[in-house]
Design a protein around this ligand. Structure first.
Ligand code: ZN
Length: 61
């Protein structure tokens, strides 16, 4: 059984959702789309502390 977990990239400061979907985009691409700045809290986006959550696949051996 295979099912895709959606990727969720949120602002680590205010929780603004930058990207939510089934395509695994690199966080840099998403950050670039917003000119490396959160439209809500105007925090400057850096790739390293960018809060990126991907649900892990389980039962993988
Ligand atoms: Zn923000």
């Amino acid at each position: 059984m295979v099912f895709n977990m959606p990727e969720l990239i949120v602002c680590s400061r205010c929780g603004f959702i930058f990207y939510e979907g089934n395509d695994l985009l690199p966080p840099e691409t998403v950050a670039k789309r917003y000119n490396y700045r959160c439209p809500r809290c105007l925090a400057v986006l850096k790739i390293k502390p960018l809060n990126m959550k991907i649900a892990p696949m389980r039962n993988r051996r």
